[in-house]
Write a protein that binds this ligand. Sequence first.
Ligand SMILES: *Cc1c(COP(=O)(O)O)cnc(C)c1O
Length: 423
Amino acid sequence: MTTADTRTEIDAAAEAAALDATDPLGPLRAEFIGAETSLVYFDGNSLGRPLHRSAERLQRFVHEQWGERLIRGWDESWMDLPFEIGDALGRAVIGAAPGQTVIGDSTTVLLYKLIRAAFDAQHAADPGRIEIVVDTDNFPTDRYLVEGIAAERGGRVRWIEVDRSSGVTADALRAAVGPQTAVVVLSQIAYRSGFLADAPTLTRIAQDAGALILWDLCHSAGSVEIESDAWGFDLAVGCTYKYLNGGPGSPAFAYVAQRHQAALAQPIQGWMGAADVFAMGPEYAPAPGMRRFLSGTPPIVGMLALQDTVELIERTGIAAIREKSIALTEFAIRRADALLAPLGVTIASPRTAAERGGHITLQHPSMRAVTARLWTRDVIPDYRDPGGLRIGLSPLSTSFAETLTGMLAVRDALVAEGADPTG
Ligand SMILES: *Cc1c(COP(=O)(O)O)cnc(C)c1O
């Protein structure tokens, strides 16, 4: 290491310290379990850290709710919980007025239910609408579901080819939609590149073509501004275990714009979605409103923890969270340029903040081995084939000093894997 390298590192440490000292969200980090350790967590975009408050909430629930109320809990509060938490999430996180957001099944199952409901409604109204539009770099579950639904319903998939270090643009969507389009399925933030789609514009393009659009908000809920109502979304689904810190496998949320609810029939007709749940009637009639999008008994225990992050986001404001998120990714990009570019690493994410979400992907052929090495040293990014190291910077729980420590560890791991510092 040269004197110039040492100076750069000292400057970076001073910059991180200054950014942490003036960060209005800095004190929130202490509210997360594990934040006091030296572990570097770069995967809050995949499984967020738990809040101390959530540990207390879960404990309290077992003793006071489950333990004391037993089956009475369903009547007293649990039946309404998917809608109450849905409304709170709608207000704090996705810009949705009450009565349009529910906590339901896994993301995959909710995506299936809503994409199929939307396809069927569109196809019934206009038999020429047989295509589901999706991009080639969307998350696997989204692509697999779309292929399955198209096969099941006699439709077809219209693929948008995208650059893996970017995402779906307005021009690309305009070229793909038309009178044959039933539904468009897009991710607001691409899971690989972190590309932030222009959701209001793309929504308008899909709707101008007569299509319905479903937004996958898995990587955007809790990291960027979302205005589901104001941007005219038709449908949306998102994870709660990523930036919303709901815990492993916590159930997803679904948003269905009020104007569509009565016309959509989802395919998993279960008793919890029926008009009168306890009538135990001879045949299924869907409930009015969001209840019709439920199927079976709601996963109450799984939806407890996410309430604490929804409350935290409401108190903090998504604008401040987004500002910190941008500062974190910019800081990481500057470190990547200084420390990793000389080792042959490229940034497979947008450099323009307005086109980037809360994570960046660093590209190098050795990244699989680098990730394995980092995990043994308590530096936790994740790896996405081919050669992509994802640096997820959850704005509520990540500090600038932590980010710097992690980026230096990536550099050291690359050198240990034989990456050539002379380029
Ligand atoms: C994480 C993620 C999912 C996950 O779906 P699960 O059913 O929760 O496994 C789906 N879509 C996107 C875009 C994701 O990022």
